[in-house]
Design a protein around this ligand. Structure first.
Ligand SMILES: Nc1nc2c(ncn2[C@@H]2O[C@H](COP(=O)(O)O[C@H]3[C@@H](O)[C@H](n4cnc5c(=O)[nH]c(N)nc54)O[C@@H]3COP(=O)(O)O)[C@@H](O)[C@H]2O)c(=O)[nH]1
Length: 816
């Protein structure tokens, strides 16, 4: 009974509840009793499960529901409700709809209690399909966002109150933390930045400003320099976005590494600066060689503006200096090798051509196509002009402007090559002015220079335009006559040259006359090459000098032999000086009245190892021509003085006469040498007599005169040697501080036969007496000669009549 009541109550309760909630839309309600028989099945359940109420009521809940919904453990749950009288935990589950689909329901089972009794169980299913869908969508979205976060190549950093909370793997990588997943946690952005940003601002201060801007506008993008864990700086582009606008701001930053971009930008800026700031003209051309852009220097150098080159201007810089195929060859080279550089003539806007140093480069795309050409050039007009000036200077004589030796040799090479091809001839004329040094010494170098310049002009007029007149230096000129006929033609030109040279020159207030000697060699007869031709012309010139002044000589092979002999002699003389092969002999000079030896003349000999004892006539000429006379003369002076001092010390004091060549006398330091020699040897100056020739007097300049006076002041005597053979007049002598005249032996030798010689000797003696000069006669060989000289009042004599020159040891015999 009780059970029946209970059941009835339960059913009644369920029914009441069912009626109440039947009105509830979207909530499916089912109720079943302790036997599991369905007692409540509302409208929504009908729709949800596709089972009408009449079909459901009275059937077992398991049979109806289990088939259309998945609810594992349902029976256990139901049993627990019956047992505990407590609702089950709500569950989401899928229900198969009659239409074959699925819906999601949140299903709750709870007991119907009557007092302490559970009288039934209600199932309430709320359709949550939409919510589930939303949840799933959300989940999908979230996982996508998570994936995005994780896989993003950009660093993503989440911050709260400016402190890093979360970050993705890209952030760890970017900041150099690798796999350390806690790496950035808790850091603040300025701690992962250098102390100062490149603009000089403190990173902390500037980052706060960035945050403030982001807070104000919701988001802010800026560039920032960060530094990695290992203190390497890099550039980031930061997008800072505010998620929560409160002061407790939640922000996230997306940091993209833009170091490469910044570098590229920097390089681009640099390139732009280089392009615009370059002093070299730069033009960028397209693949068809049409100009696209030019820089300021280009405009400055060429006068061409952007608008002039717009739309092409391929030929705009081409000058007429080059053949058209010159440019084609450049293009070909650039296309093949990517680059060309060299000298080129360009054209300015005004049509003027200018030399440029240019480089042309091809710019290729990644697929190796040529997309541009870059032309860089600099105007080298000034450099070319300077080079030309230097070249001209290096090839021309600065004084006369004539080609110098370098250019002459070059032209001779060409002329010989041409003559060889055409079986032609050429002539080389070697000119050396006679006594030019005298002009320099007596009138000064600037007069000498002017004379050389005037002479150069005259020489140019003597030859054709394709001939070359060159100055080798000093007073030497070489003329090359190219493509010349026979030697007659050459002789004619040489004659013209001598004539032109011999005409007076009017330099400042001076009227100057000079002569020259010309040596001539011809190709191919006298040589096949430049060196031989010049050498042989020089040899011929030397021969011309020897044959007297103002003439020309053609080279012949005997000359060469003589030249070789001379050179050999020169060489041997050097050896003689080095190896002490020189010796001095002394010829006594006697007082004609008493017959007493009052002095000696030192005479040079060469003890040649093969040829024996050589007289000065054999080698003096070569010594003078080579300049060796200077060291040889020094040697003679030294040894003669030393010997005289020895005699002086032995109590037999004797004046020693030393012969001087003109060259010696003209040395700038000659006076000092004499003084020094006297000091070194200790010979009192009055025991030294220097014998000069008339040529010294003839060429006497103010400096020669000064030297003579200084010598006399020193106490050294001066004698004029070989007197009578030169052209000095006796009256001329009074101007010179000389002490003695030495009558040349040629007058003495023929005294007996030649009345003229006797007359000359008489005249010399009379004039010398009036000038208070002593006179010594040389070359006295006979008693008759001596008697004559004594009768005429000659003071002294020397000669074989007494003795020839002897060595000091032998001289002692005469002294006794
Ligand atoms: N610059 C220098 N010149 C020098 C030097 N030594 C000599 N000389 C010059 O050489 C010329 C020739 O000299 P040398 O062969 O020595 O002849 C001298 C005498 O030996 C010769 N002489 C002397 N007496 C007679 C004689 O009776 N008969 C004769 N046939 N010859 C004789 O005369 C020469 C001396 O001449 P000079 O000098 O004119 O007095 C000679 O001209 C020297 O100048 C030197 O060191 N430096």
């Amino acid at each position: 009974m009780f059970a029946g009541d209970e059941k009835a109550n339960s059913i009644e309760a369920l029914t009441r509840f069912a009626q109440a909630i039947d009105q509830v839309p979207l909530v499916a309600v089912q109720g079943f009793d302790r036997d599991g028989i369905i007692r409540v099945w509302n409208d929504v359940s009908e729709k949800l499960y596709g089972i009408s109420r009449s079909e459901a009521l009275g059937r077992h809940i398991r049979d109806v529901l289990v088939s259309c919904r998945h609810h594992p453990g349902w029976e256990d749950e139901v049993a627990r409700i019956w047992q505990a009288g407590k609702p089950a935990v709500p569950r989401d589950m899928q229900v198969a709809t009659p239409a074959g689909g699925h819906v999601w329901v949140c299903s709750t089972m709870f007991p119907i209690r009557e007092g302490e009794q559970t009288t039934g169980i209600y199932c309430i299913d709320i359709d949550i399909t939409e919510r589930k869908q939303r949840e799933r969508d959300l989940l999908d979205k979230e996982s996508r966002i998570r994936e995005l976060f994780t896989k993003s190549a950009d660093a993503i950093i989440m911050m709260r109150e400016g402190q890093i909370q979360e970050f993705n793997p890209a952030a760890l990588r970017l900041f150099g933390y690798g796999q350390d997943t806690n790496g950035l946690k808790g850091a603040v952005p300025y701690q992962i930045s250098p102390k100062y940003q490149p603009d000089g601002r403190l990173s902390q201060e500037k980052m706060e400003e960035m945050h403030a801007i982001a807070l104000k506008h919701g988001s802010h993008r800026f560039e920032w320099q960060y530094c990695t864990l290992d203190k390497r700086t890099f550039w980031g582009e930061v997008t800072l976005t505010v998620l929560d606008g409160s002061s407790d701001a939640f922000m996230y930053a997306i940091v993209r590494d833009i170091t490469d971009r910044k570098r590229a930008e920097h390089e681009l800026r640099l390139s732009a600066q280089v392009f615009e700031g370059s002093r070299e003209g730069i033009a960028i051309l397209d693949a068809k060689w049409c100009m696209m852009r030019v820089n300021a220097a280009f405009t400055e150098l060429t006068g061409l503006q952007e608008q002039d080159i717009a739309g092409g201007g391929r030929d705009i810089l081409r000058s007429d200096v080059h053949e058209p195929d010159f440019y084609e060859r450049i293009k070909e080279t650039v296309q093949r090798h990517g680059h060309w550089q060299g000298e080129i003539w360009g054209r300015r806007r005004n049509g003027e051509s200018f030399p440029a140093w240019a480089s042309v480069s091809a710019v290729r795309s990644s697929d190796q196509r040529i997309v541009n050409y870059i032309v860089i050039f600099s105007d080298i007009s000034e450099r070319k002009a300077a080079e030309e000036r230097i070249r001209h200077l290096s090839e021309h004589d600065f004084l006369t402007g004539l080609p110098n030796r370098v250019l002459l040799l070059d032209r001779m090479h060409q002329a010989i090559a041409s003559a060889r091809r055409n079986r032609g001839k050429l002539a080389v004329l070697f000119l050396d002015l006679d006594r030019f040094k005298n002009i320099n010494d007596s009138l000064g170098h600037h007069i000498g220079d002017n004379l050389l310049q005037a002479l150069a002009e005259r020489l140019k007029k003597c030859v054709r335009s394709n001939d070359t007149v060159s100055r080798q230096g000093g007073d030497e000129f070489v003329v090359m006559l190219s493509n010349i006929g026979d030697s007659g033609q050459v002789a004619h030109i040489a004659g013209n040259i001598l004539h032109a040279t011999g005409m007076p020159f009017y330099i400042e207030s001076h009227t100057l006359t000079i002569t020259t000697c010309v040596g001539i060699s011809m190709y191919p007869d006298d040589g096949n090459d430049v060196d031989t031709l010049i050498k042989n012309a020089d040899t011929a010139m030397y021969h011309a000098k020897e044959s007297g002044r103002n003439n020309y000589q053609f080279f012949d092979h005997d000359m060469n032999v003589r030249m070789v002999e001379r050179l050999t002699l020169e060489h041997e003389l050097r050896v003689a000086l080095d190896q002490n092969q020189l010796v001095l002999e002394y010829q006594p000079e006697l007082d004609i009245g008493s017959g007493r030896i009052i002095g000696v003349e030192a005479l040079l000999r060469w003890q040649h190892p093969e040829a024996g004892l050589l007289a000065p006539a054999r080698f003096l000429h070569a010594a003078e021509a080579s300049g060796l006379i200077v060291p040889i003369g020094d040697w003679v002076l030294q040894n003669a003085c030393r010997q005289a001092k020895a005699w002086y010390d032995e109590g037999k004091p004797m004046r020693v006469g030393v012969n001087l060549s003109v060259i010696q006398f003209r040395q700038k330091d000659f006076l000092q040498k004499v003084r020094k020699t006297l000091e070194q040897t200790g010979l009192p100056p009055r025991y030294l007599e220097l014998e000069i020739t008339e040529s010294v007097l003839l060429d006497a300049s103010s400096s020669t005169m000064a030297t003579m006076r200084a010598l006399r002041d020193m106490g050294v005597a001066l004698a004029v040697d070989d007197f009578g053979t030169g052209y000095s007049s006796l009256s001329y002598l009074k101007h010179f501080p000389v002490d003695k005249l030495k009558i040349d032996q040629s007058f003495v030798r023929d005294l007996a036969d030649d009345v003229n010689d006797a007359a000359i000797i008489r005249a010399i003696l009379i004039m010398a007496k009036s000038l208070k000069l002593k006179v010594i006669a040389e070359g006295v060989e006979t008693m008759a000669q001596l008697d004559f000289l004594r009768e005429q009042g000659c003071d002294e004599f020397q000669g074989h009549y007494v003795t020839q020159a002897v060595r000091p040891a032998e001289l002692a015999r005469f002294l006794q």
